[in-house]
Every structure is written in C-alpha cells, then in structure tokens.
Ligand binder design. Structure first.
Ligand code: GDP
Length: 197
C-alpha cells in the first residue's frame, strides 16, 4: 500500500454515520496532543491530511481516508482527554468509541499514539482493555521520541514493553518521531499486514 495515496473521504459525527462497514480499515487513537495527527501526516507523507490540533479536542469527528488499494481506509478517531471538554462530552465520546471498536467489522487494527514522555494514561489503558475485549490487535506508537536522547528513548521503550507484558500477544510497540521520521517504515509495515491480511 502506498500511504501517500491517502485522501480525505468523509467525516462522521457518530458511528451510525460512518461509511459502509466493508473492506478493511485501521484506526488511530490517542489523547489530545499526544501527536496523533502528526503521526498520520508523517505516515502518509502529507502534512495537511489530518489537522494538527492547536485547539485539541475541539472537533469530535471521526475522519476517514481512502488509500490506493480499494476498500482500504485509515481512520482518525477524535482525540481524547482535553481538559476543557465537559464530563457529558467525555461520556458520549467513550460510548461512541466503545461502540465503534466493538461493532466495526472492517476494523482490523488500532494504532494507539502516546507521547513517549507520558505513556499509558488512564485513556490508553482503557483503549487497551477495549481492544482486548474486541480481540483487536494494537500497535503503540511512542511518539516525540526525538524529545529524548536515544538511550533514554530505548530504555523507556523496554520499560513500556515490560509494563505491557499482559497485552504482549495483542500489542506491538514502535519508537516513533514525526519530527525525525523515526519508525515510519515499521508503522507502515504494521498497517500493511493488517490491511492486506
Ligand atoms: P494530536 O492532538 O494528538 O493530533 O497532536 P498533534 O499531532 O497536533 O501534535 C501536538 C503537538 O506536538 C504539536 O505541537 C506537534 O507539533 C507536536 N508533535 C507531534 N509529534 C511530534 C514529534 O514527533 N516530535 C516533536 N518534537 N513534536 C511533535
């Protein structure tokens, strides 16, 4: 799959308005400001594809992108955890995500983007548990790795892998940086394996 072929398809405010549930898709999730939009833009080599959030959590839309292989899509899930969002909106968000992850037949894998300096938040753990319940494979991108010295980043990678032992069969962990383009090929290979299976 050529990821730079990604094009905006549609936005859905709720799961009921998603495109037809056929083919294969991979979804990206992450706390607001984790670096999810930047990761999507880096993987697709398109700096304008996913909107990087200056006001994180503002648009609660699910965005769909087509790829050069018919029926294959990337999905940008709404960011989570922006402080200014009300409790009601957060609850609604959780219900939508839970439903999407459980019900979506075409969903083949989940990319969970974490800031390497703030990994495994409550949100991340919740996503891991939902994925486990849905038997959905996960790839964790530890992004902004450029913010750390290479030794420190590798140590954190090892530590996080240990902490994720119970999810080992389900989750792979990739050191990533949108700034330095670290881990891009690795991430693309993972997407290929899910989308082309
Ligand atoms: P999102 O809310 O998860 O979509 O996060 P964004 O992609 O909008 O990124 C949030 C902030 O982190 C922005 O200021 C980005 O420029 C910055 N950022 C994202 N990825 C990286 C990275 O790999 N390295 C560095 N140094 N900054 C990053």
């Amino acid at each position: 799959i050529s990821y730079n072929s990604a094009r905006f398809l549609t936005s859905a405010p709720t799961i009921t308005q998603c495109p037809k549930d056929s083919g294969s898709e991979v979804a990206f999730a992450g706390r607001s400001n984790a670096g999810k939009s930047s990761a999507i833009n880096t993987i697709t080599n398109n700096s304008k594809l996913a909107r990087t959030s200056k006001t994180p959590g503002r648009t609660q839309l699910i965005n769909f992108f087509t790829l050069n292989v018919p029926g294959c899509r990337l999905v940008d899930l709404p960011g989570y955890g922006y402080a200014k969002v009300s409790k009601e909106v957060k609850t609604e968000w959780q219900e939508h995500m839970d439903e999407y992850l459980h019900a979506r037949e075409s969903l083949k894998g989940l990319v969970l983007v974490m800031d390497i300096r703030k990994p495994l938040s409550d949100f991340d753990t919740m996503m891991l548990e939902w994925a486990e319940a849905s038997k959905l494979p996960i790839s964790i991108l530890l992004t902004k790795a450029d913010k750390l010295r290479s030794g420190a980043a590798k140590n954190l990678l090892a530590k996080i892998k240990t902490e994720l032992k119970e999810f080992e069969y389900l989750a792979s962990v990739i050191l990533f940086s949108s700034l330095k383009k670290t881990g891009v090929e690795n991430a693309q290979k993972q997407l290929d394996s899910w989308l082309m299976e």
